[in-house]
Design a protein around this ligand. Structure first.
Ligand SMILES: [Zn+2]
Length: 453
């Protein structure tokens, strides 16, 4: 009795001040080094082209040399953490509209197994392949410094920094290929995740994350865009029918990850604001996160705030006084470091928080009170019920809830009407980490295939 009371006091203090979690996240952010990011981008640009159809045998040029270097870099990082990373190379031989001959697409993936919740997986991804103006041109120089050596540099820096820490959940660092030829790498990794039985709770896909001078002339090194889908790609007609009355159009798990990232940036980073964009990707465009969404996994796209199209997918040339091409001169490494910090803080927070609650249900029609119920989360030391006005972009109100014995948890918000607000619930760890907020029902669930309650 005495012990449990003591435990409760500790939890209350942890939830109020969240000191251990805050320190950990700030340490992680502080360890990111622009010079490390530059070294990776320089190395990748040095392979001349990393086109998916380019040479695979040369030791110095082409996609083969680039992926072997990536594999060796992960091995080196693993050596520094006593072998904490397992490096795998999931691959498939594909043909398609942009792949006329059967071609092996190889991802290079490092896995850092979680200590206590290893089946739960948080991924960061970027793509290794590059291109020029003609998508089928696999011989011309295609430096791809920003698209997407910048994203790969963030992935490798994530592995370097986070491998020095321990996490409850598993972290996966994915360097993908075949993106420009048809999002093959994302699809291959999503299928690999399924075959391994991973409970994927987020893919943070970093694609074009290093430029701060927009073609519109705007220079902005303090904003990053996070794109998230509104309703799940996998939503069934029956689920859409329920959503029509219950809401959830703006509360997919991916969207709630975007909100989570915005809050983490405010709390733990300086001079970096997340601009949430309520779209799966930029207008009419895509990225490897789409393959994860298609597989039913939460995923977001992280991208710089202002793009410069004279630097994307261009032959290296000068025309009408404009220098075209995706060269290293277009990457701002201090900004890339900021975006990398956002990713690392998000991964560390999710991996050391308890899982996002499952089986979240809500009731309260024709009564003044609202009740939420959810399944107990292993390792949770408390829960936080959130609500917001239906037109607000971010969660605004919250109330902490103590853990109840048994498999089911619940909270009743007295005189708060279900009709007028959107609601959600997150799980808290004893040391102050919080999971993303989960919106009730299938629309908000982080757990694909979860039976509705
Ligand atoms: Zn790209």
């Amino acid at each position: 009795m005495h012990l449990s009371r003591f435990g409760l006091v500790l939890l209350a203090a942890g939830a109020a001040h969240a000191a251990p979690a805050d320190h950990e996240l700030r340490d992680v952010a502080a360890a990111v080094e622009p010079t490390q990011l530059r070294a990776t981008v320089e190395r990748l640009v040095g392979f001349g082209t990393r086109h998916t159809l380019s040479d695979t045998r040369s030791a110095t040029r082409g996609i083969g040399a680039a992926r072997r270097w990536t594999q060796a870099r992960f091995a080196e990082i693993s050596k520094d953490c006593g072998g904490c990373l397992e490096v795998v190379t999931p691959s498939q031989t594909v043909t398609g509209p942009r792949v006329p001959q059967p071609t092996e697409v190889v991802n290079v993936v490092a896995i850092q197994r979680g200590d206590s919740d290893a089946r739960r997986v948080i991924l960061i991804t970027g793509h290794l392949d590059s291109r020029v103006s003609d998508i089928m041109d696999f011989t011309s120089d295609a430096p791809g410094a920003n698209d997407d050596a910048s994203g790969v540099a963030a992935v490798i820096e994530a592995a370097r920094v986070l491998s020095r820490h321990k996490f409850r959940a598993t972290l996966v660092y994915g360097v993908l290929s075949g993106e420009e030829q048809g999002l093959y790498g994302g699809k291959i990794l999503a299928e690999y995740a399924k075959s391994q039985g991973w409970q994927v709770q987020a893919d943070l896909n970093n694609d074009i994350v290093g430029n701060t001078r927009g073609q519109d002339g705007v220079r902005d090194n303090t904003t990053v865009r996070v794109f998230s889908e509104g309703t799940k790609a996998t939503e069934t007609p029956a689920q859409a029918g329920r959503r029509r009355y219950n809401g959830g159009e703006v509360d997919s798990p991916s969207r709630n990850i975007a909100r989570y990232m915005a809050s983490l940036a405010e709390r733990h980073l300086t001079n970096l604001r997340v601009r949430m964009v309520y779209r799966t990707d930029r207008y009419g465009r895509g990225g490897d996160q789409v393959a994860f969404l298609d597989a039913g996994y939460p995923a977001v796209r992280v991208t710089e705030a202002h793009e410069d199209y004279t630097r994307q997918h261009q032959d290296l040339r000068v025309a009408d006084g404009i220098e075209y091409g995706d060269t290293i001169a277009g990457v701002d490494f201090d900004y890339l470091a900021q975006v990398t910090r956002l990713n690392l803080v998000t991964m560390a927070a999710m991996a050391n928080a308890p899982a996002p609650p499952a089986g979240v249900a809500i009731e309260g029609a024709v009564q003044p009170h609202t009740t939420l119920r959810w399944r107990s989360v292993p390792g949770a030391a408390g829960y936080r019920v959130w609500w917001r006005d239906t037109t607000d972009a971010r969660w605004t109100h919250h109330r902490d809830v103590a853990v109840a014995a048994g498999d089911l948890q619940s909270a009743t918000l007295r005189n708060i009407a279900i009709d007028d607000w959107f609601f959600g619930v997150s799980a808290l760890s004893g040391d102050g980490h919080e999971s993303p907020v989960v919106f009730p029902g299938d629309a908000g669930s982080f757990w694909p295939g979860e039976p509705p309650r």
